[in-house]
Design a protein around this ligand. Sequence first.
Ligand code: FAD
Length: 417
Amino acid sequence: MKTKKAVVVGGGIIGLCSAYFLNKKGFEVTVIDKGDFRQGCSHGNAGMIVPSHFIPLAAPGAIKLGLKWMFNPESPFHLPLRLDKDLITWVWKFYRAANKRHVTRSAPLLSWLNLASKQLYEEIGEEALPAFGFQKKGLLMVCKTFKVLDEEASLVTMAQKLGIKAMVLSSDEVRQLDPGLRLAIAGAVYFPGDAFLTPQLFMSGLYHRLCTLGVSFLPFSEVISFSKKAGVITAAHTKNKSFVADEYIIAGGAWSGRLCRNLSVNLPLIAGKGYSVLLPQPKARPKICAILTEARVAVTPMQNGLRFAGTMELGNAHEKVNKKRLNGIFKSIPRYFPDFKAVDFQNLDVWTGLRPCSPDGLPYLGRPKHFKNLILATGHAMMGLSLGPVTGHLVSQIACNEKMERDISLLNPSRYD
Ligand SMILES: Cc1cc2nc3c(=O)[nH]c(=O)nc-3n(C[C@H](O)[C@H](O)[C@H](O)COP(=O)(O)OP(=O)(O)OC[C@H]3O[C@@H](n4cnc5c(N)ncnc54)[C@H](O)[C@@H]3O)c2cc1C
């Protein structure tokens, strides 16, 4: 019999994975979402599981590159110039974090989290989930120019020191890896330990599995406030209902900051908007997922077609599509894969997702100061799909006050207090 109750706010990848591991630990779990569990950032993303991504978003060179891109309407990055206190504070904190020391401190933890998560994907997959296109074929960082290939190659030694397999490949070697694919590139860095999957299949498979395990789901129910007493949350409230539990987990993605404000918890977080499109019958079908490095476009073979994803429009918390930036994605693809033309991508449905971005590029995971029964699990930015299972696992360990395999204090949600 389940003795303790947990309420999870947000049914994206982080919320569902938290529900999964909390259920395993014996909690009676209710997941509440303002949507229908098919919206949010976790469905139309590029589906990459990325031990290769051990450098946080806030890293040396990020500011310079951002400034270079900012005034090009077709570039993969945008930061609006507006007098918004939250945005300005976020940018200042990002600037403070974008240094070598931060990268050196964060890389071992990020690589460990991603590797552990990949392992957990395999374990969850073995548990009666329908196939979700999980492929352990690695990831290619394909480079159009030798200059950028050299820059990418400089990360190979660091990756190897962290226990991540990585190698530089010439364009011919990439062709041997994926024969039949026409390429116009200088070469690539190959990370054979990365993987990819079809996110909607994983999300719907896990949702249905959780239903059979007895997890309750409440769609179209926005949590608008909490009741609290002496450092303990006593209820979460939607417009029509209140939910009482022993543990409350905020996994509200890009909206988590808003929820935290209601609790007077300071959580610097902004949305980083991105787009994706799916070609159901692509002219060419790469076997391995790839990032077009200069263009920052992700290309992933999925169960139902070939997905292209990209752009990072910081601070835009609405889902409106910026056509120029979308065209920037479409124009970049034929430069690497000559089988495609920009027109191939016109008239496709465009998916928009809001990444939850912290200023230092690290997730927020743990109990915030002053609350004994609240866990924050958000801020995964470009790595939320990859880090979903390990985040869920750690959430369940925090809820049970278990000792963790690794020190995760860098992810402390109160680190900006
Ligand atoms: C173009 C693009 C490509 C990407 N590619 C990758 C990739 O290849 N690999 C990778 O690892 N990551 C990728 N990401 C990032 C990844 O998609 C996100 O990090 C991840 O989906 C975040 O998950 P989440 O559960 O935190 O948020 P979400 O999926 O957004 O879920 C949050 C949920 O909370 C709900 N919610 C919010 N507030 C409330 C409230 N008050 N009450 C009730 N419900 C609430 C929302 O409705 C939503 O369903 C990509 C993102 C984009 C945009």
